[in-house]
Design a protein around this ligand. Structure first.
Ligand code: NAP
Length: 248
């Protein structure tokens, strides 16, 4: 029970990686507040699942791109669960196209949901963590933020921005015992990738040194570690969960 007694907020947990993080956090004893934007049914089902064995969990409809929503979310979590020890900024989208065809709206939406979201929730939770003189913030970036990717200029910029933000937060708040780290997943197989052409997906697997795509649990395991006191001397880092795809 690495997270016993801790309160966590996980954004974008109605499916995929965020859902696995919420599940692992409950298994490790944390109380979990998770968010979604539109998947109310999936969120309700997850809340039921997480609380089935006596776990404490609650889903919140909260737009990660909105500062007002972030402030309201933190207030509600503090009111109901007492504090916030852990924040996992996971909510994210892609809207891929070549730069030639990318609209201003496509740029703004991806930057706001992927990058501004980290600013929103980190800022909103700051007072609570400063008061507690402790906290762990984990921002979900991507190998694409480290390396760039053709056709994903908006996504890559948002994920690279997360890395600079993470390092700055770590430097600013280290003296208050608030840690901030980034995770850069590689190719993680989710419901979304299950719908892609099997040959294309196999090609991606073959190009990875460990010869498989990652699972949401692979990312969630690192979140547990970074959220827990096991990583109490680690801050400002970017850790890749990518089967060896990049070795930067
Ligand atoms: P996913 O399956 O598409 O799930 C995204 C989650 O984020 C959903 O729960 C969605 O909720 C939520 N979300 C989207 N926009 C939101 C908003 N504005 N406010 C609140 N929640 C919002 O994504 P995933 O593959 O699990 O990816 C999770 C994170 O890992 C993302 O940041 C992604 O960039 C990163 N990542 C993924 C991979 C990969 O291979 N899968 C690789 C590298 C990095 P709704 O359904 O309600 O919209």
């Amino acid at each position: 029970m690495l997270l016993e007694g801790k309160v966590a907020i996980v954004t974008g947990a109605s499916r995929g990686i965020g859902k696995a993080i919420a599940q692992q956090f409950i298994a490790q004893g944390a109380a979990v507040a998770f968010t979604y934007r539109s998947s109310a049914e999936a969120a309700e089902a997850l809340e039921k699942e997480l609380t089935a064995n006596g776990g404490t969990a609650k889903g919140f409809q909260s737009d990660a791109a909105s500062m007002t929503d972030a402030e309201r979310l933190v207030q509600e979590v503090v009111d109901t669960l007492g504090t916030v020890d852990i924040v996992i900024n996971n909510a994210g989208i892609t809207d891929d196209t070549l730069l030639m065809r990318m609209s201003e709206d496509q740029w703004d939406r991806v930057i706001n949901i992927n990058l501004k979201s980290c600013f929103n929730l980190t800022k909103a939770v700051l007072r609570t963590m400063l008061k507690a003189r402790s906290g762990s913030i984990v921002n979900i970036s991507s190998v694409v933020g480290v390396q760039g990717n053709a056709g994903q200029a908006n996504y890559a910029a948002s994920k690279a921005g997360i890395l600079g933000f993470t390092k700055s937060v770590a430097l600013e708040l280290g003296s208050r015992n608030i840690r901030c780290n980034a995770i850069a997943p590689g190719f993680i197989e989710t419901e979304m990738t299950a719908k892609l052409d099997p040959d294309t997906v196999q090609g991606w697997r073959d190009a990875i040194p460990l010869k498989r795509g990652g699972s949401p649990e692979d990312v969630a395991n690192l979140c547990v570690f970074l959220a827990s006191d096991m990583s109490s001397y680690i801050t400002g880092q970017t850790l890749c969960v990518d089967g060896g795809m990049i070795t930067a």
